[in-house]
Ligand binder design. Structure first.
Ligand SMILES: Nc1nc2c(ncn2[C@@H]2O[C@H](COP(=O)(O)OP(=O)(O)OP(=O)(O)O)[C@@H](O)[C@H]2O)c(=O)[nH]1
Length: 303
């Protein structure tokens, strides 16, 4: 079981926080930096986060349970609608919402749209997080903080960089301070409640996303279909990458299978790091026609 020593102030706090913001503002990177382990996938392509993944940051004086949501956006497909419903359900339930805005881009209509939506979640405390301060000048940061201040009365405003780790300790202090006094909600060893297969599938999808062309990211999904331990102890994993159209299959596989080999190689390294053991990874690319619009297919892929 867990071994939690309480600090001077005495009170242990635990609760749920969700980071929201436009695509690509650094929510997943922040989650990973706070948790200290790779949980949510990160990618330079927007909207790559598709499911609510919990990362748990353990501290001597509390636990921050991070619910990573897909971005809030206007739905265009059935997948989009489901994702928005997921966001609604998640945000209705958290103690703190961290509204992320990058320091190196001006506040735009997208930020304002999301900020207004925060009114729908009166239960949650609201913290503005200025991300990527390593990419902005002092005066840009000050301007941006001032503008953020005009949006609403925040419970706190914190500038951070997940890449240089700047102010991450301040942010976790602030977030924890806003959490209810509570006994630990999870064991100290636990950093996520996602299943291992789901995490492996995310690593495969992340590898396949790398270098993928514009049209592809939203069409990619991955599943782990089977696993077997060989006599020599090697873990065999059988997984599928799904695309929506025949033409996309060729793109993922590449000339003579070269691209798929690279994807497999990259994913295998990440999976081995996650599991702490050697793995044989078999990847197959399958076409699931228009799966984003097909409720049966969405179910099959775990949405
Ligand atoms: N320089 C800098 N880059 C960052 C920082 N945080 C994230 N990034 C980069 O910004 C890009 C997007 O980061 P993500 O964490 O995937 O963004 P996200 O908000 O989770 O994106 P979605 O999943 O699309 O909603 C990646 O290329 C990150 O490496 C930061 O603190 N500094």
């Amino acid at each position: 079981m867990t071994d939690h020593t309480e600090t001077g102030s005495g009170e242990f706090r635990a609760g749920f926080v969700s980071f929201v913001g436009r695509p690509n503002v650094g929510k997943s990177t922040l989650t990973n930096a706070l948790v200290g382990e790779k949980i949510a996938i990160t990618s330079p392509k927007p909207q790559t986060t598709r499911r609510a993944i919990r990362g748990i940051a353990h501290r001597p004086d509390g636990q921050l349970i991070i619910v990573d949501t897909p971005g809030i956006h206007r739905p265009r497909t059935l997948l989009g609608e489901r994702l928005n419903a997921l966001v609604e359900a998640t945000l209705g339930d958290v103690d703190v919402i961290g509204f992320c805005v990058p320091a190196n881009e001006k506040l735009g209509p997208g930020d304002k749209f999301i900020n207004e939506r925060l009114e729908d979640f009166p239960r949650a405390k609201k913290v503005a997080i200025l991300t990527k301060v390593d990419e902005a000048s002092k005066s840009e940061i000050i301007d941006q903080l001032t503008r953020l201040g005009t949006l609403r009365e925040w419970d706190a405003v914190v500038p951070i960089s997940a890449v240089t780790q700047e102010q991450l300790d301040v942010l976790s202090d602030v977030l924890l301070g806003l959490m209810p006094i509570s006994p630990p909600l999870y064991d100290a060893e636990q950093t996520t409640d996602e299943s291992e297969d789901d995490r492996i599938a995310e690593l495969i999808r992340e590898a396949a996303l790398e270098g993928a062309r514009e049209e592809l990211p939203h069409s990619l999904a991955a599943t782990v279909d089977d696993r077997e331990v060989r006599d020599d102890g090697l873990l065999e994993l059988y997984a599928s990458i799904y695309v929506e159209r025949d033409s996309q299959k060729g793109i993922v596989i590449g000339k003579g299978g070269s691209r798929l080999r690279d994807v497999g190689e990259k994913a295998r390294h990440e999976i081995e790091a996650l599991l702490g053991r050697r793995v044989y990874l078999s990847l197959r690319v399958k076409v699931l026609k228009e799966w984003q619009r097909d409720s049966k297919a969405l179910g099959k892929l775990g949405f």
